[in-house]
Design a protein around this ligand. Structure first.
Ligand SMILES: Nc1ncnc2c1ncn2[C@@H]1O[C@H](COP(=O)(O)OP(=O)(O)OP(=O)(O)O)[C@@H](O)[C@H]1O
Ligand code: SF4
Ligand SMILES: [Mg+2]
Length: 335
């Protein structure tokens, strides 16, 4: 028996707009095992959120359309489920936390009711039992005086507290998979650390898998055992976290790592200047020949501008979409 929980295979998503067709996600594949934490990183606009919204069937259509691919969850292709079955799965087996809780919480509904609702819908609990359970969860995510706060509205809470409510809402039904899309980006650094620690603690306790989407490699280092790096709608590197930090292969990954802030001060004081990756992510409405990173890549050569590389195995458990690998060791993967 495999431990595989989620498999995304060759997923392509496009947005058909008056300005042209944006190929937001282009033949993306990756897997997630039960209980595992997979980080998905990349600059803004590279397709992280569109990939995660596809899993939940939340791509706005039109203008969006899933053009091809499979999304298997416990062996079932979610793209073929009827809308009612998918709704049943959402919130119960797969839950999601977004960056900005105000856009996901209902401003006119007390938070207790919002945490209780998934229990009434998916677990068939009565109103009072669900509210009791919600109070326990608000307490578990360390909202002070949880029972009294059941009747507070979202605007009465701080950003960090609202994010705790979102976590409680996501966890009440004990999902098998939690998708967290930039769950702490909007928060102060110290609150960010508390929220990440809380997510890790609950994840370990419940044995749940976590798909953690972020542009912050520091968060990935702390939380994830494996990482997928996305660039311009494609996966460009996939590796165990330790290997990615130790021996990043793709020039884009190397650039991302160089642009990470150093922890601690520089000897002699002063802060270290960040290295930015020069250039911009290409517009995904453009027809792109060759490697999409070529215009920004310090190692680009002729072939890179003519042929698009596939994902190649560069070492055990690590793949990169790059022509740089010396020939005898290169193997095409089946991905
Ligand atoms: N509703 C939409 N209509 C048109 N284009 C869209 C829509 N949603 C997303 N896109 C496009 O899809 C691409 C990928 O967007 P996505 O939101 O997945 O990026 P992201 O990696 O999550 O970025 P960020 O780090 O800023 O959240 C972008 O170019 C975006 O403009
Ligand atoms: S294929 Fe070429 S341009 Fe693309 S990342 Fe590798 S070296 Fe750079
Ligand atoms: Mg996003």
């Amino acid at each position: 028996m495999t431990d595989r929980l989620l498999s995304i295979e060759d997923l392509s998503v496009a947005f058909h707009t008056p300005e042209g067709t944006a190929r937001a996600v282009d033949r993306v594949s990756f897997d997630l095992n039960k209980g595992e934490t997979l980080g998905v990183v990349g600059e803004s606009g590279c397709g992280k959120s569109v990939t995660s919204l596809s899993i939940l069937g939340l791509i706005p259509s039109p203008p969006g359309a899933i053009e091809s691919g499979l999304i298997r969850f416990e062996g079932r292709n979610l793209l073929e489920l009827d809308p009612e079955d998918l709704r049943g799965l959402r919130g119960r087996d797969i839950a999601m936390i977004f960056q900005e809780p105000m856009s996901s919480l209902n401003p006119v509904l007390a938070i207790g009711r919002q945490v209780a609702e998934p229990l009434m819908i998916h677990r068939g609990l009565g109103r009072q039992a669900a509210l009791d359970h919600a109070a326990e969860w608000l307490d578990r995510v360390r909202i002070p005086a949880a029972r009294r706060r059941l009747y507070d509205y979202p605007h009465q809470l701080s950003g960090g507290m609202r994010q705790r409510v979102m976590i409680a809402m996501a966890m009440v039904c004990r999902p098998k998979l939690l998708i967290a899309d930039e769950p702490t980006t909007a928060l102060d650094v110290s609150i960010q650390a508390q929220i990440l620690a809380l997510m890790l603690e609950l994840k370990n306790e419940m044995g749940m898998a976590l798909l953690l989407i972020t542009h912050n490699l520091g968060v990935v280092a702390q939380m994830a055992s494996r990482v997928v790096v996305m660039y311009a709608g494609q996966v460009v590197e996939e590796a165990r976290t330790v290997d990615l930090f130790d021996r990043p292969f793709h020039p884009y990954t190397q650039g991302l790592l160089r642009s990470m802030p150093l922890l601690g001060a520089r000897p002699g004081g002063g802060s270290r200047r960040l290295n930015e990756i020069p250039g911009m992510v290409p517009a995904i409405t453009e027809a792109l020949a060759g490697c999409r990173f070529a215009p920004r890549c310090p190692h680009a050569f002729d072939r890179c501008r003519a042929d698009a590389p596939d994902l190649f195995a560069v070492r055990d458990g690590q793949r990169a979409r790059c022509w740089l690998q010396p020939h005898p060791e290169r193997r095409r993967t089946d991905a």
